[in-house]
Design a protein around this ligand. Sequence first.
Ligand code: LYS
Length: 256
Amino acid sequence: MRVVARYLGAVACIAALGCGTAQARDWSVIKDSGTIIAATEGAFYPFNYFEGPKLTGFEVEVAEAVAKKLGLKLEWRVVAFDAQLAAIRQDRFDFAIASHGYTAERAKSVDFANPHYCTGGQIAAHKDGPLTVQALKGKTVGVQLATSYADNAKKIGDIGELKTYKADPEVFSALKAKKIDAWISDKWVIKGTLDKNPDSGIVAGEQVFVERVSMILRKNNKELMDQLNHGLAEIMKDGTYAALSQKYFKTDASCH
Ligand code: LYS
């Protein structure tokens, strides 16, 4: 079955042309090549972002530490968040580490590794704005497209309007410009953004939901899944994870 699926994948690739970049490889191929290919978004501070030309952040450093444990070099691909699930199915990289919270819907098309952090979706608004779920009634809420924030905002039901943006920095700009009344995003992203913008007049409000965040990979790539989970367990054991968590969050972000 697996062989057939891979054969069909190869045929689809030839037909599509230019797909010599197909990369979601089996573990043995990755190991022999010495390099693993990971995707992230690069616009989700402090998890994955650019410092000048340099891609960095908690998840970038976690992935680099995991790759090191596995004896591999890591090569990055920067892919828009809303394109990542489809890109995994098109085999454009080996795995993605881009703050995907587990959802049953996503699990239909990709597999989730063990979580590398636990977190929550939270509301942010101007000081006098809607800072609780109840206060969002009739208000305009901004979220990043294709996220658990969008899903959960829809569940709130009686909000006035839901506006979607390509990435969180755009939602924050819209909130600053008062084009929206509230922003729902990750609690650490909100904290990081507000810390960097102390004069924005925006504050964090109520937490809306909790989620477990994992690397995602092509379905049924069992050996690669085992290796990534093993690498993650190793950096949790030797203190690397704890040091990174302290560096970025000043607390333990693991799902303990
Ligand atoms: N944790 C959210 C989700 O699972 C957001 C992911 C990253 C967005 N830049 O949808």
